[in-house]
Ligand binder design. Structure first.
Ligand SMILES: *Cc1c(COP(=O)(O)O)cnc(C)c1O
Length: 402
């Protein structure tokens, strides 16, 4: 049975997996201790649960548990990585290289650093959304301390050449930070094979709860340090104070474990359905895939429907299908997405973009429904647009119907 509305906005957030919720509940009800309480069993139980979750999280990305710093999410992890590195290594240099298509949490942290006197170079992307490695090499200066490039983009799902980027960083003695919020749990990540020194990710993009995430910080080859951005009781090895969100962290751990074990199976199903959705909608004609089709998350497709405006399109079906125009932050202003602009997508096509994000809970029935419903809305809007264009061109419609 098809249950409406159909949720296809999984790049914004995912449903909590029932198995994740189940793991969390005892940490609200029975085991509600503070993980920093050392004097009684409530505290010990909470600490043990956090330690276990830290292992689960570390295992997903090939890290050591000690290299995981729990945060309130990826926004905080992005802030801690960028500001924390820029403060820690200020005596070494003040130049950071990043990309125009990064998430706002990265771009706005960079803006903050710029305001404080730091220097930021923003790399361009090509029409596929990928950076040019030569442009990266040329951007490196003696005072460059950090390269920040996201693993996979939240709007278009495009995966950057992470291994190549990290090799360039390594060769030049520069730290490499990656916002892997969209990639973690969806595609295999190994911080050692990938050469990542710091990495941000978040539970709620991978079937875990909102308000919990992590920053991976490498502890050897090289040993990386950051200056805390939240001071207090010295939790998380002094890098992030604040009472740990024990149920959230337990849920994050469980979510990571499930993604690790089920990634292959999930990916096969999700990719098949995404490809079906994509090819189904492409048959409409004048529909364009935004970003690389090859180097892309299996769960995401961002499409531009020529001759329509995404807001009008969504109005047509958003009671029954939940998607986004890919720019939740700017959609209120009707400005096209800065990510699509960076790809060089023309304004009218950028304003006609819809992002579809699938999950392990997306069903074939839902995709069949979405294809039919979106296609019908696009066709209807194109017909009306066509009529209104003719009207504005002073064509006598009544004459035409005769
Ligand atoms: C969602 C997202 C974030 C923000 O994560 P929160 O945990 O919601 O703060 C950061 N970067 C990317 C790429 C994202 O997709």
């Amino acid at each position: 049975m098809l249950k409406l509305p159909v949720y296809l906005d999984n790049n914004a957030t995912t449903q909590v997996d029932p198995r994740v919720l189940e793991a969390m509940i005892p940490y609200f009800t029975e085991h509600y201790g503070n993980a920093a309480s050392r004097s009684h069993s409530f505290g010990w139980e909470a600490e043990e649960a956090v330690d276990y979750a830290r292992e689960q999280v570390a295992q997903l990305i090939g890290a050591e548990p000690k290299e995981i710093i729990f945060t309130s999410g990826a926004t905080e992890a992005d802030n801690l990585a960028l500001k924390g590195v820029s403060e820690m290594y200020a005596s070494k240099g003040d130049h950071i290289i990043t990309v125009f298509t990064e998430h706002k949490a990265v771009l706005d942290s960079c803006k903050h650093i710029e305001k404080l006197g730091g220097e930021i170079t923003y790399l361009n992307v090509n029409k596929d959304g990928l950076i040019d490695l030569d442009e990266l090499r040329k951007a490196i200066k003696p005072n460059t301390i950090l390269i920040a490039v996201m693993y996979a983009n939240n709007e278009i799902g495009v995966i950057q050449p992470i291994k190549e980027i990290s090799a360039i960083a390594r060769k030049n003695g520069i730290l490499f930070f990656s916002d892997a919020t969209q990639a973690a749990g969806k595609i295999p990540i190994d911080v050692n094979k990938d050469g990542i020194d710091l990495m941000a990710f978040s539970a709620h993009k991978m079937y875990g709860p909102k308000g919990v995430g992590a920053l991976y910080i490498r502890r050897k080859n090289p040993r990386v340090k950051v200056i805390a951005q939240i001071d207090g009781g010295g939790h998380e090895r002094n890098m992030r104070s604040g009472t740990l969100n024990v149920p959230g962290i337990v849920g994050f751990g469980k979510a990571c474990e499930l993604c690790r074990i089920e990634m292959k199976k999930d990916t096969e199903q999700i990719k098949r359905l995404r490809d079906k959705l994509e090819s189904g909608l492409l048959t409409l004609g004048d529909v364009y895939v935004n970003g690389s089709k090859e180097s892309r998350l299996p769960s995401t497709v961002n499409l531009s429907f020529k001759h329509v405006v995404s807001e009008a399109l969504m109005l047509g079906f958003n009671k029954d299908i939940a998607v986004s125009s890919g720019s939740a932050c700017t959609s209120a202003t009707l400005e096209p997405s800065y990510v699509l602009k960076a790809l060089g997508v023309e304004d009218d096509l950028a304003k006609a973009a819809i992002r579809f994000g699938l999950s392990r809970f997306t069903t074939e029935l839902e995709i069949d429904y979405a294809i039919e419903r979106v296609a019908a809305t696009v066709s209807k809007l194109r017909d009306t647009n066509c009529l209104s264009e003719m009207t504005s061109a002073d064509i006598d419609l009544e004459m035409k119907t005769l």
